[in-house]
Design a protein around this ligand. Structure first.
Ligand SMILES: Nc1ncnc2c1ncn2[C@@H]1O[C@H](COP(=O)(O)OP(=O)(O)O)[C@@H](O)[C@H]1O
Ligand SMILES: [Mg+2]
Length: 499
């Protein structure tokens, strides 16, 4: 082990009696990328806010290069060489990149800000990390990824020797993630130490040296990345054995009927030559890096995105949909990734949302049978164990996990033969994940053919019968259950690079 640059011990932080952090230990070596892993709500951001001087801990110590320090505010954090890229970006949108980089430490000449010099130095700073962004660009015109990079440049420019990135890839595309990883590699070369926060596992194996897992505000353990695997880390994150967490009853599918077959589907510039089939009762996974084109493939099957060639065969009949309504009628449902944008009307009731996609089933002529509708609402409310006082409550007031259950219920009410789930558990907590898995398992047992697009490898590995791996719009691998491992998947997903 190298030299320890940071040591946090016994950190506790409570909010009105509730312990968000209940005794966390964390240490960081010089030039190391140390991942901090934990489910949503585990306390990752809170720990980092303690380090960054945004919160004061109730107890515990912080040592930097062996010296105990108190970090009372952001300025003191900077003074200690700590730079944090928070989950919420805090650049000023209507200023330029250079102005943001020098905010609060403006270069003054003859009583005014020397813009030429500001731009010159900013350009230098940006170039030193190999970033390709103009110093005079307005921040509001930058992509989220570019804004993040500006934040990184800024953190380093304050002589940041400890850089913290809180869930940096949550809204980045594949290509942007690669750029970020290049910057991280460059920072390592400069002996900057990095705390990399994530609840997504696949990327940790690409970039981290060690991983520390926390759960419910408590320290669980630290592993060398090269000596652990996704299953061990998930077990640490969720705190129970995986067999019971991923409640999947696998059965022999060799006799199962084909529900849907996709042949040579091509949407130029987006995906090409996609062929696969999914059987009744099967869960077919779609793995790949963010931006690989998996969602787009599903949208095309669902009639939400045109394709140039290829065909979809559903229950033995060739189909092609001009819009999702036709796909739903034919028996396909798609639960989209971004439930807030596409899946749910947050201002309306749970009941309204549950019946939104299946209204035509309750029609008597042109009138709606309220009785039929009520039966459907009650049955899904119960079946999905939606936690709300009643189905009349606004969907927007539910937790992420329960919102996701409502979206799932909405599509199940259409009685699909093929159910496509796009990142079904993203952004929901451990307990909701556990419940979603058991619901998904029940649906497969009922004979629904399920396609599960997911970037979370443990979920793919533990829930799926077979897995298609997509890279840059092409199917690069097909793995059956007993061939599944995170290394195998990453090999196909990242293009031959062993994780
Ligand atoms: N300012 C706050 N006031 C009250 N509770 C908070 C506050 N910040 C975080 N929490 C709670 O502390 C827990 C940990 O949150 P957080 O650190 O954001 O988790 P993570 O970043 O791991 O998802 C959560 O239960 C959250 O609701
Ligand atoms: Mg967080």
């Amino acid at each position: 082990m190298g030299q320890t640059v940071l040591e946090m011990t016994g950190i506790k932080k409570s909010f009105s009696g509730f312990y968000a952090l209940d005794g966390i230990d964390f240490s960081l070596e010089l030039g190391e990328v140390h991942a901090l892993l934990g489910e949503n709500g585990a306390g990752k951001s809170t720990l980092i806010k303690v380090l960054g001087g945004i919160y004061q801990p109730d107890c515990g110590t912080i040592r930097i290069e062996g010296r105990e320090v108190k970090v009372r505010n952001v300025t003191e954090a900077r003074g200690n060489g700590i730079g944090i890229i928070h989950q919420e970006i805090v650049l000023v949108p209507y200023l330029t990149v250079a102005q943001n980089l020098f905010l609060g430490r403006e270069i003054i000449k003859h009583g005014t800000v020397d813009m030429a010099e500001t731009n010159r130095r900013a350009t230098e700073m940006i170039a030193s990390l190999g970033v390709n962004i103009r110093a005079d660009a307005m921040v509001e015109d930058l992509t989220i990824a570019q804004q993040q990079m500006v934040e990184i440049v800024k953190a380093v420019s304050f002589d940041g020797r400890i850089i913290v990135m809180d869930e940096p890839t949550s809204s980045l595309s594949n290509e942007e993630v690669e750029q970020l990883f290049e910057i991280i590699a460059r920072l390592k070369e400069k002996k900057v130490s990095i705390i990399y926060i994530s609840h997504r596992m696949e990327e940790l194996f690409c970039i981290s040296d060690r991983v520390t897992v926390i759960r419910d505000g408590a320290y669980v353990g630290t592993r060398k990345t090269s000596e652990t695997n996704a299953n061990e880390l998930v077990a640490m994150m969720v705190g129970r054995d995986l067999e019971s967490f991923y409640a999947r009853d696998f059965k022999d599918l060799s006799e199962a009927e084909t529900a849907m077959e996709v042949k040579d589907l091509t949407c130029e510039g987006t995906f090409e030559h996609i062929s696969f089939c999914v059987r009744k009762g099967e869960i077919l996974g779609f793995a790949g890096l963010v931006g690989a084109g998996r969602s787009e493939i599903m949208e095309s099957i669902f009639g939400a995105r045109p394709y140039q060639s290829g065909e979809v065969v559903l229950n033995g009949k060739k189909v092609s949909f001009e819009n999702p309504m036709q796909a739903i009628k034919a028996g396909i449902a798609l639960v989209p990734e971004d439930r807030k944008k596409q899946g749910l009307v947050l201002g309306n009731s749970v009941a309204f949302n549950l019946t939104l996609a299946s209204l035509r089933f309750y029609m008597n002529g042109i009138a709606i049978s309220e009785k039929k509708k009520k039966t459907v609402i009650d049955s899904y409310f119960e079946k999905l164990r939606i936690k709300a006082a009643s189905s009349e409550i606004e969907a927007g007031s539910l937790s992420g996990g329960n919102q996701q259950k409502v979206v799932l219920g909405k599509w199940l009410a259409t009685k699909p033969d093929v159910l496509i789930l796009d990142e079904p558990t993203r952004g929901v907590d451990v307990n909701a994940k556990f419940e979603l898995y058991s619901v998904i398992n029940e649906l497969a047992k009922e004979g629904i053919a399920i396609i599960m697009v997911s970037s979370e490898l443990p979920e793919i590995i533990n829930m799926c019968d077979n897995v298609c791996v997509v890279r840059e719009g092409r199917l690069t691998g097909f793995l059956s259950k007993d061939e599944l491992s995170q290394e195998e998947i990453m090999k196909y997903a990242a293009g031959g690079v062993e994780a």
